[in-house]
Design a protein around this ligand. Sequence first.
Ligand code: GLA
Length: 431
Amino acid sequence: MMSLKVSLSMFMTLFGLICIINETNGLDNGLGRTPPMGWNSWNRFNCTIDENLIKQTADALVDYGLRDIGYKYLNIDDCWMGERDEQGYIHASNITFPGGIIALADYTHSKGLLFGIYSDAGYRTCAGRIGSLGFEDVDAITYASWGIDYLKYDNCYNESIPERQRYEIMRDMLNATKRPIFYSICEWGVSQPFLWANEVGNSWRTTGDIHLGWESILDILQQQHKITQYAGPGGWNDPDMLQVGNGNLTIDEQKSHFSLWAALKAPLLLGFDIRYPPTDVLGIVNNTEIIAINQDPLGKSVNIAQSTKRMDVWTGELSDGYVALLFNKAETSITINLNFTAHLNVQGELSIRDLWEHEDKGAYNDSYSREVPKHGIVVLKLTGGTKIKEYPDFIDQYSDAALSEFVIKYGVFVLLLIVIVFQYYIRYFCK
Ligand code: GLA
């Protein structure tokens, strides 16, 4: 018979394993209690960036009032780097950023903004510049000494080292600097970051790159509904930066893109040339009622409550009510009905406000219908009513993500338990 000592030691091993599985150092910067808002250079400018563009963008963020409604981060993406020196310290390109990054960060800070930078958890960035793999310690120290407030960390040239491992190294190095630096994980959703990145970064990309076109927006959107539960204060799903203002999209399409990203609690990072903002585009990105949905302190993402080929109804809870998005994917205008019980889990009378028309629509019982233009959206804030049950539980959309999370966390534990039970079974019943 298996001795008590052996059983005990197996139990201890098991217990130890559970502890290892659950042990994390955790992200330790207190940032991102609501999704970050700001501007990033990539979607509009790719590699054609320099210090004048960044300074002028800082000015524009202030002059057009964008800073004051929340767009605080000014982030340079790929292509700012020059070479490493003999000690391994990275320097900005002396052709495009001759004044150096410290001066630029100082300028940005003097405008009441925060300053972000980009690097890559590989030996090169996606545009082929120098990456941080193997230099995480010096790079984190450098960023902190430059006054960096935000790091977007990409995933090219990664030597096939597992994502989590590489992203955790940089997290630990950033933690060690003691400077709070928003840590934006950009591994394109390849290793299900929503299952682990909450302990590593403040946001994680959920898909590949957004492109300038309606199809790309729909494609990214339809990958979001299974993971909405993972967004919350301190760690956000990131369906990539906004393409609002970059052409190629109608005004209705841009409103839909902006509203859906805001309600999914995505980082709201503008990506157009804000030095010369078209008035209709400014009218979209400065809608403070939509921004308030994104920045709601409850930090819960909307969820898909109904989806057909032609339309989606997305709904969610706010700290002071509910939000519903009636989204028309069809090629003609259609009428979309919001059913309070089926879509919101709420019964009774609800007061409704339209967040694009900036108008109170009155109080309704049971349901509310609206005509929505082609590729357009109606965003409603609803207050009142009584919650029928805990929200949301009307759609079984999480089962596969939840299952893989369970397997990753407890698979070893379950396996060992089976082995032990099997051993006892053999010993006592198969003599
Ligand atoms: C990757 C990222 C993009 C951008 C580019 C820069 O493709 O996903 O967001 O940062 O690299 O090279």
